[in-house]
Ligand binder design. Structure first.
Ligand code: ATP
Length: 453
């Protein structure tokens, strides 16, 4: 099979996501809502695995980080103080020929003339600023005083709750507050599948420290985050670090790295790791007239901590995981002939279903009974899928396509009919090597748990 081009590869990925229940277009039966996506039965498992793993390494396995879960509806004063109401916008240009709205950086330039990327039209408006925040009204009266925003990032509620969390957690600098949750941006042009959506999820950490240590923690978090991506199975060679140049950084940031991934549609940002200085806390202290200072017991000094922020996108990481995992190769069918297969090579830690359980034949009751016992044995430890329908090769293929790393088959040896020594053993098949090993049923939970952790 020749390697598909990047565009073909992306098309195949989008179609697999729909066919197998990872990601659907939102409101599809009504024609779809642009920039919004629904995750199906497998997509939601993949997403949970990603978020749980992030939470595990960023919060549970550390002494210096606590979590929070803030509201999506945000008081306008918060976003005025943070600068979002005034400045959270992208330059927008309209094409007068095809009427499309474009982000200024999406124009294509041919022979020094800017053109619409959709129709090639050259009749374009001047750029104007378009604020990306979704505004809504709280309560019955739709007047100025009732405006609220859907948060454009999760970070602001962390800054606003900084003092409360500092008091209840009794943490000393440096320490962090982590949050996973939805964010909303009215993107001018959502595109590249889920990559640029209007509703998405973020995994953010605000790590508070002393001013003199800001640059040190910036580098520390960059390394931690790169390790994270490798630990969920992204290939290191497809990850890149962009040291964002002075002119392109937010004015308050003293250093920002973008972690980028080679998507089939190009190299694009997965996560930003930014040293935001004391900007946000200072802004909120000024605007609220409430002290957001930290008191250092030892030096008896009061000051506003600085902050380093690793900010990752759940949906972009999910897309990277799927793109990274997608492969086409050849596998033998039941007659031993090689057939092409689609396989998602997810890291077992991320795979939506960890283990599939197959009785060799569905009309042999002792095989089915044993298989169901094994399902019950494994279920408390992991996601398991039971499948008794069709030839065994076809059943393997269906699991390969959704990235299930392990398959357990219950055969006649399991019943000990030919060789009593093999009673209560099963074959354990590895998705990638397609190798099978014979394992005692009682050892399965320990062996599999070790491999999926
Ligand atoms: P971009 O330049 O691609 O618009 P950004 O630099 O504005 O992204 P940040 O404000 O740094 O993004 O947000 C942190 C992370 O949130 C991003 O790295 C990305 O993973 C995620 N994110 C931001 N906007 C979107 C979006 N529209 N759809 C999906 N994920 C997003």
């Amino acid at each position: 099979m020749s390697a598909p081009s990047d565009a073909q590869r992306m098309e195949k990925i989008v179609s697999l996501c729909k066919r197998r229940g990872f990601i659907f277009q939102s409101s599809e039966i009504y024609g779809g809502l642009n920039g919004a996506w629904d995750y199906g039965p497998l997509g939601v498992e993949l997403k949970r695995n990603l978020k749980n793993y992030w939470w595990r390494v960023m919060v549970h396995e550390r002494d210096d980080v606590v979590g929070m879960d803030g509201s999506i509806l945000t008081h306008p004063a918060v976003l005025k103080a943070s600068g979002h109401v005034e400045g959270f916008s992208d330059p927008m240009i309209d094409c007068r020929t095809c009427k499309s709205h474009l982000r200024a950086d999406q124009l294509v330039e041919k022979k020094g003339v800017k053109q619409c990327p959709n129709c090639g039209g050259k009749d374009l408006t001047e750029a104007r600023q378009f604020n990306l925040m979704f505004e809504t009204h709280v309560g019955a009266a739709a007047e100025e005083s009732s405006i609220a925003y859907l948060r454009p990032e999760t970070a602001q509620s962390i800054f606003v709750q900084f003092k409360n969390i500092l008091e209840v957690s009794r943490k000393k600098l440096p320490f962090g507050i982590a949050q996973i949750g939805k964010a909303f941006r009215n993107e001018i042009n959502p595109r590249n599948f889920t990559f640029r959506s209007r509703e998405f999820e973020q995994m953010e950490l605000e790590y508070f420290c002393r001013a003199e240590e800001g640059m040190k923690w910036l580098d520390y978090w960059l390394e931690e985050r790169l390790k994270f991506y490798e630990n969920i199975g992204l290939v290191r060679a497809s990850l890149h670090v962009l040291n964002v140049p002075d002119a392109e950084r937010a004015f308050y940031s003293k250093g920002t790295y973008d972690i980028e991934y080679d998507f089939p549609f190009g190299r694009q940002e997965l996560e930003g790791v930014a040293y935001r200085t004391d900007y946000d806390l200072l802004q909120h202290q000024k605007a609220s007239a409430k002290s957001l200072e930290y008191f250092d017991d030892e030096t008896k000094q009061r000051f506003i901590p600085h902050v380093v922020e690793p900010s990752a996108g759940v949906d972009r990481t999910i897309l990277a995981l799927i793109c990274n995992a997608y492969a086409e190769d050849k596998a033998p069918n039941d007659k031993g002939e090689l057939e092409s297969r689609i396989v998602l090579r997810f890291h077992p830690r991320m795979a939506p279903i960890k283990c599939a359980v197959f009785p060799l034949l569905k009309n042999k009751e002792p095989l089915v009974v044993k298989a169901k016992e094994i399902v019950a044995l494994l279920r408390p430890h992991m996601t398991v899928f039971y499948d008794e329908g069709g030839a065994i090769g076809r059943r393997y293929r269906r699991q390969d396509e959704i990235g299930t790393p392990f398959g357990v088959t219950i055969d006649f040896e399991t019943l000990g009919e030919k060789n009593p020594a093999l009673r209560d053993t099963v074959t354990l098949r590895d998705r990638d090597s397609m190798q099978q090993e014979r394992i005692a049923i009682q050892d399965l939970p320990v062996i599999l748990r070790e491999r999926i952790r």
